[in-house]
Design a protein around this ligand. Structure first.
Ligand code: FA5
Length: 374
């Protein structure tokens, strides 16, 4: 028996006139089942129903699909039932069986989707929340950044606030105001990074400040702070400085310094030594001794090299001294009224000492195996 008979009921079929009109109106946008081979109509119905149920994204969409495809009153299932009723009697048992099979499959698909949508999102996405997660690689602050934060914290407890200064400096702040004369070897172009192309229009630099350079010391910030602040002053400034030194285990052409400055009525060298000892003790723990060796810096008088002994070894920390009266005058202070001390420490070497790092270059190589130890 050929069930694929085209136009079982045609639009012209008089017997189904009323019924056809109702179905035709309701199903204006889809192919009219009454005009189709019933088997083809079942197949089309099933295909569309399964697609609609499967793609229903939430309970509301699923309910709309159920009403359209399985609804008892006006759903498309009813259209198919009407089609069955009009089939020749000898074909009805087979068509009826096919109809029920299709209906069952669509009903099962609806139930499946309903259960699926009732599951939590994680289960629907087939996410097994009992599996161990993918571990995140946590970043951390660079050891030098950690050291600088700790230095700021310690000095903050002694009443020193943090001041910032530019890395791109003019000669005035790097040398002139620090009492370093033009013929001083420290100003030799071979010992500094002068910038050929930069202009003094760079923000914050003096128009008459001379050539532009990468600062070679944080002592520049002493001047910048004193220029804009009246005493008393108690600041530290930490940051990068640049010198064309040959790289080796203890030298880098870019390194970090911490500058300290305290100015007020009757600030003394004894206070300088006390501050440095308390600072080094706070960073390293007990057993720290500070030693001053006579030295020379154009911007301090007297000047000293600061050495520290810790666990039996001596280490040069930096330079220090009482702020030279010429420097105080250059920023408009009266050296008869105020005195001050200043110091400049190498941050890398201090940090190396504490963590037993034997080569300064480790800090700049970005080797994660080294960095993740801190
Ligand atoms: C100065 O830079 C002075 N401005 C310090 C100062 C400040 C003196 C205030 C008086 C008053 P010096 O050039 O010595 O000083 O450098 C200070 C420290 O920086 C050194 O002791 C050392 O720890 C560190 N340092 C110097 N050059 C390098 C380098 N190439 N690489 C790593 N660290 C360095």
């Amino acid at each position: 028996m050929n069930l694929r008979r085209p136009n079982v009921l045609s639009a012209q079929a008089p017997a189904s006139g009323l019924c056809f009109q109702r179905l035709a109106c309701e199903s204006a946008e889809r192919e009219r089942p009454l005009q189709m081979d019933p088997i083809a109509a079942f197949e089309q119905y099933e295909k569309e129903a399964l697609a609609a149920l499967e793609s229903a994204a939430d309970a509301d969409a699923l309910e709309a699909a159920r009403v359209e495809f399985l609804g008892k009153k006006r759903g498309r299932l009813r259209d198919l039932q009407g089609l069955l009723g009009k089939a020749p009697p000898d074909q009805r048992p087979l068509l009826g069986r096919r109809f029920n099979e299709v209906k069952n499959r669509v009903t099962e698909a609806w139930q499946r989707r309903k259960q699926e949508l009732e599951k939590p999102e994680a289960v629907r996405a087939q996410l097994d929340i009992t599996l161990p997660g993918t571990p995140l690689r946590l970043g951390r602050r660079h050891p030098l950044t950690q050291t600088m934060d700790e230095f700021k914290d310690i000095m903050g407890r002694f009443g020193f606030s943090v001041a910032e200064g530019p890395e791109l400096e003019d000669e005035y702040h790097n040398f002139v105001a620090l009492n370093i004369p033009e013929d001083h070897p420290a100003r030799d172009p071979l010992d500094n990074f002068y910038l050929a192309a930069a202009t003094t229009a760079t923000k914050g630099l003096r128009p008459d400040g001379g050539s532009i350079m990468l600062r070679s010391q944080t002592s520049t910030v002493q001047i910048r702070v004193m220029e804009r602040t009246k005493p008393p002053i108690r600041i530290v400034s930490l940051g990068r400085v640049y010198r064309p030194d040959t790289m080796d285990a203890t030298h880098s052409c870019m390194f970090h310094q911490m500058e300290g400055l305290m100015v007020g009525e009757s600030v003394t060298m004894a206070q300088l030594k006390t501050v440095l000892r308390l600072f080094a003790t706070a960073y390293l723990g007990g057993d720290v001794h500070i030693r001053f060796r006579p030295s020379f810096f154009p911007f301090t008088e007297p000047s000293v090299e600061v050495d520290m002994s810790w666990r039996g070894d001596w280490l040069e920390l930096g330079g220090a001294g009482m702020v030279d009266p010429n420097v105080l005058r250059a920023v408009g202070y009266d050296p008869e009224e105020v005195t001050g001390f200043a110091f400049g420490l190498g941050i890398e070497r201090f940090c190396m000492r504490r963590h037993h790092i034997t080569d300064i270059r480790r800090f700049y190589e970005n080797d994660v195996r080294f960095l993740e130890q801190f």
